[in-house]
Unconditional design. Structure first.
Length: 373
């Protein structure tokens, strides 16, 4: 029996159009984008520049502000460590949330060991930051605030526009991990006063192994120190031979997201809403995270019986939290920060829907849940 996939926050199926955009750069146009003296290099460089334009369009940024990385984890590390090292003479205080992705939290923990002062802010029971707490936490020596746009486990959305405005007012750099929101909801780095932003292609139907970091070039011009040293590629921000096929795939995924975002959101919203509405009659079931400020594709649910997972996961693919924290085998730090008990966390699972899911697949999942209940 085929397993039905509901784990799109972990990764998505690559769109066939993205695959087709990548293929020529594996075979016909296989040049190095840094080779300046022949057509093979020119073709590769043109593909990279096109992808920069496509990523920039998705974010309302400039192409020159896009730095390609191996994924969101590297982009996060480059942003946080790069800023911390570049601005150390100004201060050594950095701020983030307790519900951030492990890539952010572990980078902050690393910097704490290097002598930086780290403030971890609480969220409320819905997973939302009280911005007055952020305002109170900012000090004269604060150099960076990191707040995730959309949480990977619950889909909870933070008020990025207000946070960005506050950081700009206080002259503190603002970094956001947009890995879950990019390609799903509109992002405007100008309107939201975002100074640095990380994303990853495989979260919105692109290939694994490629991501990008947006770095603002004016008002203010943001400086970051490179974390990889070598040939000085990408304006000396990230050295290494550019993976042109993957970059072309990221660019195509961004282009498709820009064109199809509204239609995808309408389709997936219908699936998620139908799923949740059909579950409301089950006693003891709870949706975790704000129901008003949440991504349209995520349902993080506490079920009344832990045994439900054993009967579901043979037919359906879903998760108990972040795939990137799967090796740790610990209760979700996101749900713990939302004051959910360890017992309830063990009975909580994330269903994340994508554009390839269908209503009949949702109906099959619901039928199975109802039989178990």
């Amino acid at each position: 029996m085929d397993v039905i996939y509901f784990d799109n926050n972990a990764t998505t199926q690559v769109d066939e159009r993205v695959v087709q955009a990548m293929l020529p750069y594996f075979t016909t146009h296989y040049g190095n984008a840094s080779s300046r003296l022949h057509p093979f290099g020119w073709q590769a460089k043109a593909a990279v520049e096109k992808a920069q334009e496509q990523v920039a369009q998705l974010l309302n940024a400039e192409p020159s502000e896009i730095v390609f990385t191996s994924g969101a984890t590297e982009a996060v590390n480059l942003a946080i460590k790069g800023v911390a090292e570049a601005y150390k003479s100004k201060g050594n205080h950095i701020i983030t949330l307790k519900t951030e992705h492990p890539a952010v939290l572990d980078t902050y923990y690393y910097l704490a060991k290097q002598g930086y002062e780290v403030t971890l802010l609480d969220v409320d029971r819905e997973g939302i930051l009280d911005i007055s707490n952020l305002e109170a936490a900012i000090r004269p020596d604060t150099i960076l605030v990191s707040v995730m746009m959309a949480n990977n486990e619950t889909g909870v959305l933070q008020d990025i526009e207000r946070i960005g405005s506050l950081c700009k007012q206080r002259e503190v750099l603002f970094f956001t991990d947009a890995t879950q929101q990019a390609g799903k909801l509109q992002i405007d780095v100008q309107e939201c006063c975002i100074d640095l932003l990380a994303l990853s292609a495989h979260k919105f139907y692109g290939p694994k192994g490629i991501g990008a970091l947006y770095v603002r070039r004016k008002s203010p011009r943001v400086s970051i120190l490179p974390q990889l040293h070598g040939g000085g590629h990408q304006q000396n921000k990230r050295s290494g031979t550019l993976p042109v096929p993957l970059i072309a795939g990221l660019g195509e995924a961004c282009q498709l997201a820009t064109e199809e975002m509204w239609d995808n959101s309408v389709h997936i919203s219908k699936l998620k809403n139908f799923f949740e509405h059909q579950l409301l009659d089950i006693d003891g079931l709870r949706i975790n995270g704000s129901t008003r400020h949440r991504l349209f594709n995520v349902s993080n649910i506490t079920f009344p019986e832990h045994l439900i997972i054993a009967k579901l996961n043979t037919r359906f693919a879903f998760s108990s939290g972040s795939a990137c924290a799967g090796e740790k085998q610990e209760p979700s730090h996101v749900l713990k920060a939302m004051q959910i008990s360890d017992e309830d966390i063990r009975r909580s699972f994330r269903f994340s829907f994508g554009k390839y899911n269908t209503l009949s697949e949702i109906a099959s999942l619901l039928e199975t849940i109802q039989k178990i209940v």
